[in-house]
Design a protein around this ligand. Sequence first.
Ligand SMILES: [Zn+2]
Length: 397
Amino acid sequence: MAGGQKPKRNNEQAGRFSTPEPVRRLVWVRAAGHCEQCGVDVTRDFRTGKTFNWAEVAHVLPASPQGPRASAGYDEGAAERHTVDPDNLMLLCPSCHARTDLDADGYPTHDLSRHHRDHIDQIRHAASRGETQRASGLVILGGHFATENIVRARDLADAMLSESLWADEDIQILRLRAPGLDGRDEVYWRAIEQDIDKSLQDRLTKRTNALGDPLNLAVVGLADIPTLIRVGRQLGDRSNRFLFSRDRSGTLRWIDPAAPAPEWTYVGPPPGDGPIALVLALSAALADAAILDALPGARIARFTLPTPEYGLIRNRATIDSFRRALQPHLSQLEASTPDPLHLFAAIPAAIALEFGALLSTNHAHQYVIYDREGGSNPFAKMMELGPRQPSPTAIEQ
Ligand SMILES: [Zn+2]
């Protein structure tokens, strides 16, 4: 809010408030003189070449209770407040202004607000590039699901900017191949690993030649859990990772940057001779029966939350906290048996990547990763992960 600014009634349209001049100027300055929708420079007449400010100050929530996007409870007081709030005021060219107000359903409040915030953030970061860190952006899309789960490069760029990470070149979208007729077998995993190595190798080589810094990598992945674990292991020891997580609404920005870490709980396996199943039940509960069906006689160790939920990752600190909380238990489990540890996981994508990264650095044990072919099917053995071998391409170089 710009404190102390009192909106005036607009005489021509009864009930409509108008924005005071100082607030209007702030809207122009924050938008850096460009339309927030189409990006056109609104300080210049292109035909005559003259300087000419031709944009309009537009409302997300309207200047009157009857305006576009006003809901039932939107009264005069709300209209008055929103008319002096720069967070509610966009700089738009006349045609974008007309379109967003005529098609209020097509431009709902939350979309416009988010876009407005992103736009202002982009300008702020562009104007203060000295403070930003550069990072390579990587979007990994699995080929196993036939889903519409698409993350656009633009989404990652926006999320990166919100954390002062500047994409140092085009964001790379890596679409992994789909499994063949034999499903996700060892041939498939080797092919996936090579695809990822190849795409990372290009980045790493370029980066090292340019500055010699370790690569900052901003990563978001959408794939099945075994793939994400595999990718995470490949990323783990070779870059500074900035993992992003996509929430149900599709945004990659953190839901709540200040949220405290969840209360992780751990129960170790009972004594005995059976194989050890490590259950990570974070986004959904996993019943013992489902584990025992796939691994009879298993001794189950559980790392979970009081209430597993899909939206548990509210900020990057959640991921760091997961790593710190799990690490000692992994070490203990590994020390307790020379046999493989069997992993059953219901976890968000970013946690799967982080788990894989953990395996690359400190945990050179044999793991067997289980997954389901679709939500209701039983768990099946999907992939074995041992200590990472150098890939053939790395040896050639
Ligand atoms: Zn425009």
